[in-house]
Design a protein around this ligand. Structure first.
Ligand code: FAQ
Length: 326
């Protein structure tokens, strides 16, 4: 219970919805209308949205860390400025998304608590280290590309505050993608050492990027319900296929080798077939046992502790402002 809104936390907490209200809600969604925070919504729709938007917000804030570690080491002043702006944007995206999730009734403090206690998930990809400058180039190009595919698709979804946030985020991510592509092109057309560096980074990130779009459709838990309610506007496999269609040709054009000997497009169906990207590794990483999970959460915990006095001061100032003078 947060304020006067009761939030179900687990699918086990089944709520018997009023059939008439539910039918009207689903008809509204079927007509392509948007749901606003004050509109009636089923408890499960609210729970799913909080889960997904909160995980997305956490992903943005944790996602700023692998690249953030390169701000002090960026090659050259201009790249340092660009990287700082990108990292700042990602943190801003987290703020927008936390605000969108708050409209559903869960306070931001509770979301942050669930992140740092390990209760909430965040994107698998940010639990891997950025060893070289080339890793940051691959993140900014191909992870931002993957995020754009997901977010442009879901910005057409049914929950209005999330759609609005995604539209704005995608505009900024488009700059990130161009910045990342420029860095990858520079390395891929540079010296032999630079080409090797970017190839090795692609080798490291390919599997996590395959995982980024979520488990295969047949193993996805939430897709069916989320698609019915137009929260998810395409399945995990469909978005992964879109990534292959758009980015495999661009990667090959740069003379890079995609580290999957089984990757080929079926000319008859247009479907990309690929090798098993080790879904056991995916499960381990999203459940807390990836190369950097502990480090990422430790950094957030420190930020939370060190920033507490600022939040307290702001809250006190706010209280004084709204307390009527005696
Ligand atoms: N990582 O039933 P499904 C970014 C979990 S933003 C971790 O298929 P669903 C910007 C899933 O939560 C990146 N966990 O799940 C940037 C569920 O677990 P649960 C984030 C994952 O929700 C760029 C379980 O597996 N984007 O990158 C992942 O229908 C560069 C079963 O899976 C978003 O969050 C994963 N990859 O579909 C920043 C977009 N995949 O909760 C810095 C919004 C699945 O039952 C630098 N989210 N799981 O315990 C979505 O679109 C969806 O939630 C999916 C997953 C597509 C991620």
């Amino acid at each position: 219970m947060y304020g006067n809104i009761s939030i179900v936390d687990t699918p086990q907490q089944q709520v018997q919805e009023d059939p008439e209200l539910l039918a009207a809600f689903e008809a509204k969604i079927a007509r392509g209308e948007k749901i606003e925070p004050h509109d009636w919504m089923p408890a499960e729709y609210r729970r799913q949205l909080i889960r997904m938007i909160e995980q997305h917000a956490h992903s943005e804030i944790i996602g700023s860390l692998p690249e953030g570690t390169w701000i002090t080491r960026a090659p050259g002043f201009k790249r340092k400025i660009a990287l700082m702006a990108k990292v700042q944007d990602e943190v801003g995206h987290a703020q927008l998304l936390y605000s969108a999730a708050e409209t559903l009734g869960k306070p931001r403090e509770a979301m942050i608590d669930d992140l740092i206690s390990g209760k909430s998930k965040y994107s698998n990809v940010f639990n891997y280290p950025a060893y070289t400058w080339a890793d940051t180039a691959i993140i900014a190009w191909l992870i931002d590309a993957s995020a754009i595919i997901n977010q442009v698709t879901n910005s057409k979804g049914s929950y209005a505050p999330y759609s609005r946030a995604l539209e704005r985020i995608c505009m900024e991510e488009s700059f990130h993608l161009k910045y990342g592509y420029d860095n990858v092109v520079t390395l891929a057309t540079g010296t032999a050492v630079q080409r090797q560096m970017v190839q090795e980074a692609l080798n490291r990130w390919w599997r996590p990027i395959m995982h980024f779009f979520g488990p295969p459709d047949k193993a996805s838990v939430h897709t069916e319900k989320l698609t019915k309610w137009k929260v998810k506007m395409a399945s995990n496999d469909d978005m992964r296929q879109q990534f292959f269609n758009q980015y495999v040709p661009k990667i090959l054009e740069l003379g890079l080798v995609i580290p999957d000997p089984e990757l080929r497009k079926d000319p008859a169906t247009g479907i990309w077939n690929y090798g098993d990207p080790d879904w056991d590794e995916f499960k381990r990483v999203i459940n807390g046992d990836g190369p950097c999970n502990a480090e990422r959460l430790a950094v957030r915990r420190i930020a939370e502790e060190r920033g507490r006095w600022v939040r307290e001061a702001l809250r006190k100032a706010d209280e004084r402002y709204v307390t009527p003078l005696a």
